[in-house]
Design a protein around this ligand. Structure first.
Ligand code: E4P
Length: 219
């Protein structure tokens, strides 16, 4: 399973990319607002840090405006990084129209704010490169988000659909394990969850006792 980082914080991306486990990055306007970096700063630097798909979201609501925004992002990105752009498009009828146009232009898309298997199927049929079902927000709302991942994976596997599933809105490390067991293509993980995935108290205790015992034998 591929792991994407779900943040627009360039410092976090730089640090966590150095672990060698990050395959891409997803951002959205809320993550940008939290990061303290402007969209232009992120656009200028993010492709130099991670060599993999980078999702950048459009904020227009009409298909033509989304397409213009997406083309603007592509234009501002140096040619060598353009293959890594994934334009994040909200899952609406206008979004589907935009995905169809961008796909024909060879621009990768990530259809976001997906909350049902039918939405994922429509996004795939429109040509989306990725779909992003938001499991944490479903859990928050009293619905089991992971069931949605099972449904989408079943449907996509039944028809050999090439659109990749990004499990998004991850709230804890067990979400990542469940997504991997189901066979989802990608999990996009907030920095704090990636840190939790790396940590185990028995690892920390083990290091402590090895260091203590080393003191007894090092001379
Ligand atoms: C990623 O593509 C999504 O924008 C993100 O995972 C949403 O997460 P949230 O529900 O915690 O805001």
């Amino acid at each position: 399973m591929k792991l994407f980082l779900d943040t627009a914080d360039l410092n976090e991306i730089r640090e966590l990319a150095s672990w060698g486990v990050i395959d891409g990055v997803t951002t959205n306007p809320t993550l940008l607002a939290k990061s303290g970096f402007s969209f232009q700063e992120v656009l200028a630097q993010i492709f130099t840090i991670v060599d993999g798909p980078i999702s950048l979201e459009v904020i227009s609501e009409k298909a033509d405006d989304m397409v213009n925004e997406a083309q603007g992002i592509v234009k501002k990105t140096p040619e060598k990084y353009r293959k890594n752009i994934a334009i994040k498009i909200p899952m609406t009828p206008e979004g589907l129209k935009a995905v169809r146009i961008l796909t024909r232009e060879g621009i990768h898309t990530n259809v976001t704010l997906v909350f049902s298997a039918n939405q994922a199927l429509l996004a795939a049929k429109a040509g989306a490169t990725y779909v992003s079902p938001f499991i944490g927000r479903l859990d928050d709302n009293g619905q089991d988000g992971m069931v949605l991942i099972e449904e989408i994976m079943d449907i996509f596997n039944n028809y050999d659909i090439e659109t990749e599933v990004i499990v998004a809105s991850i709230r804890h490390p067990i979400h990542v394990i469940d997504a991997a067991r189901i066979g989802a293509d990608i999990a996009t993980v907030p920095p704090e969850i990636l840190r939790k995935m790396a940590k185990h108290p028995l690892t920390d205790n083990g290091i402590k006792s090895f260091l203590k015992d080393w003191e007894k034998v090092k001379k």
